[in-house]
Unconditional design. Structure first.
Lengths: 371, 52
């Protein structure tokens, strides 16, 4: 497959691993955070950490869209889904995210009309086909997914569809990264930047990391050679005393991003003053709501939602995992009380969650064997 | 994803597993059948290349 096969060459991977080793300072331990859940998934799917030198540690960041949805927002969704006339739509991963008592899948089993969709456009089609029902889309995701919601709402307006609304949970990646950099718990040497977010927002929003915190960022693709080359580029910056935002994913990411996407997002969304992130707490200006011009499509205005903050279960350490403070294996319930089949935390639900990646690609089993 | 057909600002695209998806193309330059697109949640966010 074009753009895929040429970036999965095992021999070239070994060459890159050798070059990374050559760029390291002897005796130094390096911590590099991959921001995006897509990178976490690739790292464990392809065993990238196995070919890295022992003193290069990959730390998983907060860039998994499902993982950061707090329990209170799931409860809000369930409350709306239980309205008699509502068809509630969401991405498949969201169905299994635990709320305070139930998941959306539980609500469906209890009689709510909850349907999985692949895109907001699918939800709009359902609204078109069911003019007597209220169709609600539970929108999640970072800047990669937000343009799809925005365009869909513009289509709904253009078609004068009145029975379609959205619970907007879109979040932005820069504020949690800034919060992480301010955290005393974490010492990082560099960042693997989120390639697809950058396709939309460009490279500029990440320049604060080298400018304010003196750490390199390399925007990376998602294939194994992309990630290995990005780690090498970070190590070369460190060894040469450079510190900047570099773009490894030049075949996709333009420096200025996708200006049309930014324009449509600016029209449809506005920044929330603050938003709760699972495990990370409230972060200022880190999420999007519908703009006043699109308020008619805001499900939170059309339906009553509880809006209650719910504390994470005590046993769950998703917050520490999302901040890169602990590895999934260090969580007390990993692989025992919390598994992909019966998840307590969100990081075990989504394939992009660090815990699910560890579990699904055998980290748990391999570590158990080693012990 | 590869563009299979076009209609009213929407493309039908095939993913690498050949499953078909409806994709909005408003955010990228005009596309033709056979073009490759980077697609997220039903919208093309980057035109990757023209049909060979």
């Amino acid at each position: 497959v074009r753009f895929v096969d040429e970036f999965r060459d095992a021999q070239l991977g070994q060459v890159l691993a050798g070059e990374i080793l050559s760029a390291l300072e002897p005796g130094r331990h390096y911590k590099v955070m991959e921001v995006c859940g897509g990178h976490t998934h690739s790292i464990y799917k392809y065993g990238i950490d196995d070919v890295l030198p022992d003193n290069v540690e990959l730390v998983h960041g907060p860039g998994c869209p499902v993982c950061v949805i707090p329990m209170g927002r799931v409860d809000d969704g369930i409350a709306v889904a239980r309205h008699e006339n509502v068809i509630f739509t969401c991405f498949g991963d969201m169905l299994r995210v635990p709320g305070s008592e139930f998941t959306l899948l539980d609500a469906k089993a209890q009689g709510a009309d909850v349907r999985m969709v692949y895109s907001p456009l699918d939800a709009l089609r359902i609204a078109r086909e069911n003019p007597d029902r209220e169709v609600v889309f539970f929108a999640i995701g970072f800047e990669t997914t937000a343009p799809s919601t925005a365009l869909t709402l513009k289509r709904a307006r253009a078609e004068n569809i009145k029975n379609f609304t959205c619970i907007c949970n879109h979040v932005t990646i820069v504020p949690p990264l800034r919060a992480l950099m301010e955290s005393p718990d974490l010492r990082l040497d560099g960042f693997i930047g989120p390639g697809h977010v950058c396709t939309v927002v460009g490279a500029r929003p990440f320049e604060f990391i080298p400018a304010d915190y003196g750490r390199p960022v390399v925007i990376s693709g998602f294939e194994p050679l992309d990630i290995l080359q990005s780690v090498l580029m970070i190590m070369l910056q460190l060894s040469e005393g450079r510190c900047e935002v570099e773009n490894q994913y030049t075949r996709v990411v333009p420096r200025e991003g996708n200006l049309r996407a930014l324009e449509v997002m600016a029209e449809v969304f506005a920044l929330r003053p603050h938003f709760e992130w699972r495990g990370l707490g409230f972060i200022s200006q880190s999420a999007l709501r519908l703009s006043d011009a699109y308020a008619e499509f805001d499900a939170e205005q059309r339906f009553e939602v509880p809006g209650v903050r719910v504390a994470d279960p005590k046993a769950c350490q998703c917050g520490e995992v999302l901040k890169g403070v602990i590895k999934p294996l260090e969580c007390k319930v990993f692989g025992t009380a919390c598994t992909p089949e019966h998840a307590i935390g969100t990081c075990m639900v989504s394939p992009e969650g660090a815990c699910a990646a560890y579990y699904n690609y055998g980290r748990y089993a391999r570590t158990a064997e080693a012990v | 994803m590869r563009v299979l057909s076009l209609r009213d600002g929407t493309a039908v695209c095939a993913d690498p597993e050949r499953a078909e998806h409806e994709v909005m193309t408003d955010l990228v330059d005009p596309v033709l059948v056979g073009d490759e697109l980077l697609v997220h949640a039903g919208v093309a966010i980057r035109h990757l290349g023209a049909a060979a």
